[in-house]
Design a binder for this molecule. Structure first.
Ligand SMILES: *Cc1c(COP(=O)(O)O)cnc(C)c1O
Length: 434
């Protein structure tokens, strides 16, 4: 990457943003991209390769956003690109079953023994929405329990104290969500098993499911405390409540078998997305045979999709998982992630800036706070203004972080030792000025 001096120019990004503002709400197609949480104006991207992102003004960045998680192999991985080029010539969608769907389903089920069957959809939002419908059908109950700061996509019932963009904007309860829907969503603090115990004891007859991000990645990166996930499992089992692990972010990321492999828990249903699409739009949900046999056309629970199981998306997913299955992949990822974590920690210490850094596999977050971050309340007390200054300083030095304190950062196989060194040294330079 060229060592550009500070004071990068963003002429074309500015121009495009001005046009975009007149054409799309906020100039973007997904809210956090608009930089509202950090101020300033978004950069427009022209292309990306490996660990690098290139904007329309010719600036290069080491990218820790990776399209918000999917690109664990890095951008435009040659094997994925080649597989897609070959696939696209055979047509882009058939609306009929393919061998590709069989192959990806098999890869997913092999990695997630808790899933007897899987259904492909087009986004993480669709996956969680469908999983919740299924849990309601299975139990004949309406209420769902979620945790504050966990984001499960933007379905109505989940836009209650959600993290991510919703957290960033401080409007966790979006207008337009019917009160009648929000009423059936119970939110509890993450890592608070006592609260769950109380709610289940009193209301279990109404509760269909408990949905959780086993490592919470939409309020930064909040790790489950020892025993939290185990207690979720045993309590839900006791009351006949469906346990849904939303592994859209953590799946194939914190381990090949996701958080359920890492922490040794078997949920009833699992939601996937991001990595399994290799950068194309995909989601999936699956779980115990008893539950999945209720999904149409095997059972009465309706769920469908014009582009579900799309051949291009399946191709990118299959090729991505194939690369991930190679020996030593997760060890290599782990090693790089540890180097970055230690480097950043050390930079903050040398710069005398109090931070809390958390990491699970290749997802991480550095909070500007002295306090342990265990839930949404503690995450929100981190200094977002300081983060914004850090973010812009890093951007000026060619490092692209997610434009909010409440987002996880990601590493890919394409990040080199040199990328990490450069990131750490940029971080030290910026931290010193905060
Ligand atoms: C990203 C994400 C979703 C939503 O996925 P989309 O593809 O953006 O709809 C749901 N749950 C979690 C945990 C996520 O990180």
């Amino acid at each position: 990457m060229a060592r550009k001096p500070l004071g990068r120019k963003f002429t074309f990004s500015r121009l495009l943003y001005r046009q975009a503002l007149g054409l799309m709400p906020g100039g973007v197609n997904s809210p956090v991209r608009a930089f509202k949480a950090v101020g300033g104006r978004p950069i427009f991207i022209k292309e990306a390769r490996g660990s690098k992102l290139y904007d329309v003004d010719g600036n290069a960045y080491i990218d820790y956003v990776l399209s918000w998680g999917p690109l664990i192999l890095g951008h435009a991985h040659p094997r994925v690109v080649r597989a897609l080029q070959e696939a696209v010539q055979r047509g882009t969608s058939y609306g009929a079953p393919t061998a590709l769907e069989v192959r990806l389903a098999r890869l997913v089920l092999e990695a997630y023994p808790s899933m007897a069957k899987v259904r492909m959809v087009n986004s993480g939002t669709e996956a969680t929405m469908s999983a919740i419908r299924l849990a309601r059908a299975f139990t004949g109950r309406d209420r769902v329990v979620k945790f504050e700061g966990c984001y499960h996509g933007h379905a109505d019932s989940m836009l209650v104290r959600a993290g991510s963009g919703a957290a960033t904007f401080g409007v966790p309860d979006s207008p337009g969500v019917p009160r009648s829907v929000a009423r059936d969503t119970i939110t509890l603090p993450f890592n608070d098993q006592e609260a769950l115990k109380r709610v289940l004891k009193k209301q279990w007859r109404q509760i269909a499911c408990v949905i959780v991000e086993p490592v919470a990645g939409n309020m930064g990166c909040v790790l489950p405390r020892g025993g939290f996930l185990k207690t979720l499992r045993s309590l839900t089992k006791r009351y006949g409540v469906v346990l849904i692990f939303d592994e859209v972010m953590t799946g194939f990321r914190v381990a090949y078998g996701g958080a359920q492999e890492r922490y040794g828990i078997r949920p009833d249903l699992t939601c996937l997305g991001k990595v399994i699409g290799g950068g194309l739009p995909v989601g999936a949900y699956g779980g115990r045979a008893e539950l999945m046999s209720l999904v149409a056309p095997e059972g009465p629970v309706y769920q469908a999709g014009t582009l579900s199981g799309n051949p291009l998306a399946m191709t990118a997913g299959i090729e991505t998982l194939r690369q991930l299955r190679r020996k030593g992949t997760y060890e290599a990822l782990q090693e790089r992630a540890r180097a970055l974590e230690e480097g950043l920690r050390d930079a903050a210490r040398r710069a005398r800036v109090p931070v809390r850094l958390y990491r699970a596999g290749t997802m991480f977050c550095m909070y500007f706070t002295e306090e342990e971050v265990v839930d949404f309340a503690t995450a929100k007390r981190a200094d977002a203004k300081r983060f914004a200054r850090f973010f812009h300083g890093m951007l000026q030095r060619g490092v692209n972080l997610a434009p909010s304190q409440f987002e996880a950062g990601f590493l890919s196989l394409a990040h080199t030792k040199w990328d990490i060194q450069k990131t750490v040294s940029a971080a030290y330079d910026v931290l010193r000025t905060l």
